[in-house]
Design a binder for this molecule. Structure first.
Ligand code: HEC
Length: 399
């Protein structure tokens, strides 16, 4: 397909994905806050008599709101009942389409790193797809098993399994692709929770009530459990969505462990807020989160691996030749590398001025993180990296 068209489709999908994600996570954060903030109505009050278990008052956008939650359900259902599901489905559909366009259709550059594993494109995509389906099947089985009744156990085991997934994908896919596929696996679990458990359960409850029967509380309990899990999944998934901007994380030697630490910090911080909505302030949770993030900051700080010694003074001509040979197939106004429609990240390296203008970014990518050339597809040598480093250390002069 026309490269520009693909690029534009990816733009639209990413935009939609962010919009739907905000709508979904925004409403789910709101309901978690609401649920945790409710207070019981006064004993003997009208609300208590009609079965309200919790209520609160809020002011927003110039109006006063008084949401009420029923113990199981009100005596009769109103005609119009609002459901929240399309936010979740749209987030997954747009996210999966984006995954296909950005990663699966360009598996050669985006998913495979020959220094990690030599895979074919089909194998890489197969691993990615299997991780999404497999994660859901295992997680769902766990929740339905007898262990599923113990929230602490489920939480611990799910965290352990996702750690295993991050580690396993890291042995097969490029760092970036491994991260995004941990994210899509968790995202799939979250949406499948809505699609296969929460919404069908709610439908059963509504059906029972419309038929004049009391709804079975098991559906409410199951839905609640999955919804609590989704709540703790949110922050790690959001980090993974933005992680592709931070090579210091996904290109780290132990990228999977960095992801696990960041996720643990996120869960701890989320837990603080969940407790705080209930009026319980437990500072140890954000403190643990901050400590873990501190460890990550220290651990991901660039430690420049030793480079070979450069013979004699470096000239710009040497650097220009290296850029021409190793980078310009992708980083030119019209790249010749298949599947790269225009200069990635807007970085062009075809003229002396353009190279000099990007000197600091080149240093980051080529000397510090060494993620460029992507997957070292153009086989840049360590000696060439040393030449680039020496040129930049000498002021990145082009004359
Ligand atoms: C196979 C194609 C390819 C080759 C070859 C390549 N790059 Fe890149 N480069 C990319 C892609 C794709 C991105 C965008 C990555 C992203 O989206 O974060 C990128 C991003 C960059 C960035 C911007 C990173 C940032 O966000 O600041 C720099 C700088 C860069 N490359 C430098 C180089 C240099 C220097 C070389 C040669 C030594 C090189 N690249 C070779 C594909 C390539």
């Amino acid at each position: 397909m026309d490269a520009h068209l693909m690029e534009f489709i990816s733009l639209l999908l990413r935009w939609l994905h962010v919009i739907a994600g905000i709508a979904w996570i925004g409403s789910s954060f709101y309901f978690v806050w609401l649920d945790n903030s409710l207070g019981a109505p006064a004993a003997g009050s009208d609300n208590a008599k009609k079965g309200v278990a919790g209520e609160l008052w809020a002011v927003h956008g110039g109006g006063f709101y008084n949401p009420q939650k029923y113990a199981v359900a009100p005596a009769s259902l109103p005609e119009k009942l609002h459901w929240f599901k399309w936010e979740a489905y749209t987030t997954w559909l747009s996210g999966t389409a984006l995954l296909v366009v950005v990663y699966w259709l360009r598996a050669g550059t985006m998913m495979i790193d020959p220094t990690i594993a030599t895979l074919s494109g089909a194998q890489a995509v197969g691993i990615g797809a299997a991780s999404m389906v497999g994660a859901w099947l295992i997680y769902d089985g766990l929740c339905r098993s007898p262990i599923g009744r113990n929230d602490t156990w489920v939480g611990g085991i799910v965290f352990g399994l996702l750690t295993l997934l991050a580690w396993g994908l890291g042995q097969m896919l490029s760092g970036r692709a491994a991260y995004i596929h941990v994210g899509t696996a968790i995202g799939t679990i979250m949406v499948a929770n809505v699609f296969f458990v929460i919404i069908p359960g709610q439908k059963k409850m509504v059906e029972a009530m419309r038929a004049g029967q009391a709804p079975d509380p098991i559906y409410g309990q199951r839905g609640k459990q999955r919804s609590v899990h989704n709540n703790y999944f949110t922050l790690p998934v959001l980090f993974i969505m933005i992680s592709n901007h931070y090579a210091s994380t996904y290109a780290h030697k132990h990228a999977w462990a960095v992801l696990v630490l960041i996720s643990a910090a996120a869960v701890s911080i989320r837990h603080f807020f969940n407790r705080r909505h209930k009026g319980v302030i437990e500072w140890r949770y954000p403190v643990i989160g901050a400590l873990l993030l501190g460890v990550v900051a220290w651990w991901t700080a660039p430690r420049i691996l030793p480079l070979p010694k450069v013979n004699g003074p470096v000239t710009f001509d040497q650097v220009r030749a290296i850029m021409g040979q190793r980078c310009a197939t992708c980083h030119a106004p019209t790249p010749t590398f298949a599947g790269i429609p225009q200069a990635p990240a807007g970085v062009v390296l075809h003229t002396p001025e353009a190279i000099a203008a990007s000197a600091q970014r080149i240093y980051q990518q080529v000397v510090v993180t060494r993620i460029m050339p992507l997957g070292n597809i153009t086989q840049m040598t360590d000696y060439e990296r040393a030449v680039v480093a020496a040129w930049i250390a000498d002021g990145a002069k082009i004359k």
